[in-house]
Design a protein around this ligand. Structure first.
Ligand SMILES: Nc1nc2c(ncn2[C@@H]2O[C@H](COP(=O)(O)OP(=O)(O)OP(=O)(O)O)[C@@H](O)[C@H]2O)c(=O)[nH]1
Ligand SMILES: [Mg+2]
Length: 318
């Protein structure tokens, strides 16, 4: 029987969908799957796009996808889209909206769109998103777009795992620079000011520009462009496409360094979470962590000593 990995590498879309479900559910088989395909990945260009709920991310992603697919079915790059479903009460409509938009590319087998739910905690989601992107990559998608609602560290993790990050802002929504977390300013390679048909777009562009001037220049002197768009009509989408192209064809060293840094951060995260899982499974007795936390809270022990003690035990116990 052909393995799931082989079928994904052979661009079997049903196998791809199944693989993504495994990573989404944190199924133990997902790790073996990633192991099996990893050496065949790294070819895709991954774009992350983040912004407030309803900013127009899906509308822009849809336009970008249509643009990428223009070249005709045979030589146009395959596009994979991962939409992180924000399951918060504020954005409950997103799932339906994304479903509707997916219809636009229905029948085009060169476009694979998948929604992933924010179940569990965000660390798990950023792992699942990375792994899903690897599977899309293995299945021959040359461009992968990840859409996520930018509210917290988890989303920032997802977007920084991309080769290029787009931050979308909207005028008149309190998306002004004061409202932006410093972290968001720093992760953007391209700013898109969408809904530029509304008042205040130029003021928002000026505010972002002023704020950017305060930031140190990036490693290769890339200054994030700030592009006004009306995603619904397609205005400004050409500029976004050309900014993506310019970024994509920077010196190879810039892209490699970014991937190296992102891999380092991810490896650290993985080691930390697996070490903790090992502790819970093989070192700690039932309820021991909670009991230790109680002793820390009541000042019976300090947190450094407690951690040292557990780490010491973890290193001897097998
Ligand atoms: N006026 C105006 N409306 C827009 C523009 N772009 C998107 N919209 C509308 O804004 C609404 C939200 O668009 P989406 O593309 O679903 O936004 P999103 O950021 O993907 O939303 P979530 O995934 O729910 O966070 C839709 O009704 C769009 O038609 C724009 O440039 N101008
Ligand atoms: Mg959306």
């Amino acid at each position: 029987m052909t393995s799931l990995a082989d079928r994904i590498l052979a661009r079997d879309l049903r196998a791809l969908a199944r693989g993504i479900s495994l990573v989404e559910n944190d199924d133990p088989r997902a790790r073996d799957l990633i192991r099996a395909i990893y050496s065949q990945t790294g070819r895709a260009f991954v774009v992350g796009i983040t912004g407030a709920p309803g900013a127009g991310k899906s509308t822009l992603v849809d336009r970008l996808t249509a643009r990428l697919r223009e070249g005709g079915a045979s030589d146009a790059p395959r596009v994979g889209v991962i939409a992180i479903d924000p399951t918060s009460p504020f954005t409950g409509g997103a799932v339906l909206g994304d479903r509707v938009r997916m219809q636009a590319h229905a029948g085009d087998t060169g476009v694979f769109i998948r929604s992933m739910a924010t179940r569990g905690h965000l660390g798990g989601l950023s792992r699942a998103t990375r792994d899903a992107a690897l599977l899309l990559d293995a299945a021959g998608h040359a461009v992968i777009i990840i859409e996520t609602v930018g509210v917290g560290q988890g989303e920032i993790d997802i977007v920084t795992a991309a080769d290029l990050s787009i931050v979308m802002l909207v005028p008149g929504t309190g998306d002004d620079v004061q409202a932006l977390k410093a972290g968001i300013m720093e992760i953007a390679d391209i700013f898109v000011v969408n809904k530029a048909d509304r008042d205040g777009a130029d003021a928002l562009v000026a505010a972002v520009d002023a704020n950017l001037s305060l930031q140190p220049a990036g490693p290769d002197d890339w200054r994030p462009p700030i592009i006004k768009t009306v995603a619904t009509t397609g205005d400004g989408v050409d500029e976004v496409v050309s900014a993506i192209e310019r970024f994509r064809y920077r010196p190879e060293s810039a892209r490699l360094e970014r991937r190296r840094a992102s891999s380092e951060g991810y490896l650290e995260q993985l080691i930390a979470s697996r070490f903790l899982a090992h502790l819970r499974q093989h070192v700690l007795g039932k309820g021991e962590l909670a009991a230790l936390a109680e002793r820390i809270a009541s000042r019976a022990i300090d947190p450094y000593t407690a951690a040292d003690e557990l780490i010491g035990r973890a290193l001897v116990v097998r």
